[in-house]
Design a protein around this ligand. Structure first.
Ligand SMILES: C[S@@+](CC[C@H](N)C(=O)[O-])C[C@H]1O[C@@H](n2cnc3c(N)ncnc32)[C@H](O)[C@@H]1O
Ligand SMILES: O=[N+]([O-])c1ccc2c(c1)CN[C@@H](CO)C2
Length: 265
């Protein structure tokens, strides 16, 4: 079985609720301390959108999983947001959130925090409803395909977001770089790309699933982006403090990149 096929096989056991529990509840989601990892991620995204440079009609989120935090600061700047994931179980979790169905994950602490740090006096229920209104498509995706969305996407998106996907689904560096090249075809030239990911991680747990991760350094990420024709506007790294190394993975840190696809020469 090829490395990519083995990754696909391992994701069949991915448990969204366990994944959310491991990464999006305390201690990793502690809104009381600014140097906690989840507030750091939300601040990176809020600051990138606050520049006003990133806007357009459609934003495409690559490998959304069962999470929506990565879209909270984006929703003021795009008319339509498209979420994508490889697994139907994750697409179903997102559909249930959009429909405001019961017993879903409580994202309200995230929405309240983002409204607070954006400082626009927006009520959190307003932002929640705005994102639900804009999150109009939840599509299947495979970043290892040259056309990751198949024939689903009519025209390239104005911006991409992707969080903890590429390194978590690639068996090695070459496939990581190929996957980045594949998703770059989904972005308009000149379009912006916000990428968050794990540094030097080799595995993570999601219930019964133990997923392999290709360990990447800041230099690896920079090189891959450069090979795919991006200009890097901002690159930030967060060192995972010992208190947040809780056994659910062996991640060393988290990176945030604001990149832009170079216009066609
Ligand atoms: C670590 S999770 C990231 C979830 C979310 N973006 C976040 O920030 O937490 C990785 C996601 O990649 C998805 N995935 C697995 N194989 C994939 C593939 N070949 N193409 C695209 N996404 C894939 C998984 O279903 C999972 O939702
Ligand atoms: O600290 N965090 O906020 C956080 C959130 C999500 C994930 C990680 C860390 C590390 N593992 C990745 C999967 O490779 C998923």
């Amino acid at each position: 079985m090829s490395g990519i096929a083995a990754v696909g096989e391992s994701y069949q056991k991915f448990n969204p609720r366990a994944y959310l529990q491991n990464n999006y509840m305390p201690p990793r989601a502690d809104f009381g301390s600014e140097d906690c990892v989840v507030p750091w991620k939300l601040r990176c995204l809020a600051e990138a959108f606050a520049t006003g440079d990133i806007h357009g009609r459609t934003l495409l989120d690559i490998g959304s999983g069962p999470t929506i935090y990565q879209l909270l600061s984006a929703c003021d700047h795009f008319e339509e947001i498209i979420a994508t994931d490889y697994l139907e179980v994750n697409r179903e979790v997102l559909r249930r959130w959009v429909q405001d169905e019961p017993d879903g994950f409580d994202w309200s602490p995230y929405i309240k925090h983002v409204c607070r740090i954006e400082g626009k006096g927006e009520q959190w229920k307003e932002k929640e409803q705005k994102l639900r209104r804009k999150l109009r498509q939840i599509l299947p995706i495979d970043v290892h395909q040259p056309e990751p969305l198949g024939s689903q996407l009519c025209q390239p998106a104005d911006a991409l977001v992707s969080t903890f996907c590429l390194e978590a689904v690639s068996p090695d560096r070459p496939s990581f770089e190929r996957a980045l090249r594949n998703i770059t075809t989904l972005l308009q030239p000149g379009g912006h790309f916000l990428l968050i990911g794990a540094l030097e991680e080799t595995f993570y747990l999601a219930g019964e699933a133990k997923l392999s991760v290709v360990p990447v350094s800041e230099a690896d990420v920079r090189e891959a982006l450069s090979k795919s024709g991006y200009h890097i506007h901002d690159f930030r790294s967060y060192l995972m403090p010992p208190g947040l190394k809780i056994g659910v993975d062996d991640v060393s840190g988290v990176f945030f990149v604001h990149a832009q696809k170079k216009p066609v020469a």
